[in-house]
Design a protein around this ligand. Structure first.
Ligand code: SF4
Ligand code: SF4
Length: 367
């Protein structure tokens, strides 16, 4: 029977709570490389509740260290330096932060060829530390969706278009989760997000840490806590169970701690999946919507050829062999995955993300 524990918490009293969580869910940390994955969806200060709070991530890293492991913390994004600074991860967790966007490897996941940060691939243990948030399309984002951040740069946008349908994308999330099942999930539900999340919803005090080894069970408990009557209303949980990934029947879970429904938790105005009779407002414009994602995912770095020193770092960083450096650095648009690893790895700043173009396309997408 899967076990989920819920702890009342605030950001000032985390060490003891994290220690207790590791006692309930023991992991052999000794001499292991342990990757701790927060949700850093955008460069936003912790008070906006878009990102996992650095105090929680730090408490987990210190517990890993206490247990003899080597903690590493990272997430992907566009412009990692700004992301780590604004989210206060750099300031709070400096010794453990790592830029995982510098290199990727391609893997076959759910029928797609997907770049995954190479740094993550070499880790022994994976601790998933999502934020408890609503999601306009998925209803809720938590343990099952957080591994999407293992994909670098802008390829995540491309995945929306490649999948071609919300259901297919949901299936991909499940396949990605199954590709590397976390060893432990610790949800930052202290300051959650309600309304039209996951990036620009409204912060909501919940005051809970929710943890467990089975991410589906943890997500099911979180869904119920934020007022989804049946976890099956969250398509991602429903699909994960149908694919045999875990247990979400609340009657068959061992839940310890204050398991209460948070009153009047505001759900996304757009979320309709699995609710009979309700149609998604995205459905009539699906083609236009997918075109938008496709264009967003096609933004490639531009080259400033004159700066190149022929060091070849970009050649090993690029997961799809899209770069040639002779006689000048050049990207093959047919092969480029928009992962932006070349941007992160090139010390000479030969590759640059066309931020204005990216921003304009994001605005057109309403992001
Ligand atoms: S990493 Fe930069 S400097 Fe080195 S070969 Fe590639 S483009 Fe040139
Ligand atoms: S050329 Fe394209 S695929 Fe290769 S590292 Fe750069 S952005 Fe990624």
């Amino acid at each position: 029977m899967a076990k989920v524990i819920i702890k009342k918490a605030n950001y000032e009293n985390l060490s003891q709570i994290i220690q207790e969580i590791f006692e309930v869910f023991p992991i052999d940390l000794h001499s292991k490389n342990v990757f701790i994955k927060p949700n850093l969806v955008r460069p936003a200060v912790p008070e906006k509740a878009a990102t996992t709070h650095p105090a929680l991530v730090k408490a987990i890293a210190e517990e890993v260290k206490r247990g003899g492991g080597r903690p590493w913390i990272g997430d992907n994004g566009i412009d990692i330096q700004t992301l780590y600074e604004v989210t206060e991860m750099e300031k709070t967790c400096a010794p453990y932060m790592v830029n995982i966007s510098k290199e990727a490897k391609l893997f076959e996941i759910g029928g797609y060829r997907v770049p995954i940060s190479s740094f993550f691939v070499d880790m022994d243990i994976f601790i998933n530390v999502p934020k408890l948030k609503t999601h306009q399309l998925a209803g809720m984002t938590c343990c099952l969706k957080n591994p999407f951040g293992l994909i670098p740069g802008n390829f995540k946008s491309r995945m929306h278009a490649l999948s071609g349908h919300a259901k297919k994308l949901t299936e991909f999330f499940v396949d990605l989760y199954r590709w590397r099942i976390p060893d432990l999930n610790v949800v930052d539900g202290i300051l959650g997000m309600e309304g039209d999340g996951p990036s620009f919803g409204t912060p909501r005090e919940v005051g809970r840490i929710i943890a467990g080894k089975d991410g589906i069970a943890v997500d099911a408990v979180c869904a119920r806590m934020i007022g989804f009557e049946n976890p099956r209303n969250i398509k991602l949980i429903d699909l994960a169970e149908k694919k045999g990934l875990g247990q979400f029947d609340l009657n068959h879970l061992q839940v310890e701690g204050p398991f209460e429904v948070i009153g009047n938790f505001v759900h996304p105005s757009t979320y309709t999946a699995n609710i009979p009779g309700k149609k998604s407002p995205f459905a009539p414009d699906l083609e236009k919507y997918l075109q938008g994602w496709n264009q967003l995912g096609r933004v490639m770095p531009v080259c400033n050829e004159a700066l190149c020193t022929r060091c070849e770092d970009c050649l090993s960083a690029c997961p799809s062999e899209a770069i040639g450096i002779e006689p000048q650095p050049k990207i093959d648009p047919e092969k480029c995955l928009s992962c932006f690893c070349c941007v992160e790895v090139c010390k000479e700043k030969v590759f640059i993300i066309p931020m204005q173009e990216l921003q304009e396309r994001r605005i057109r997408m309403g992001m």
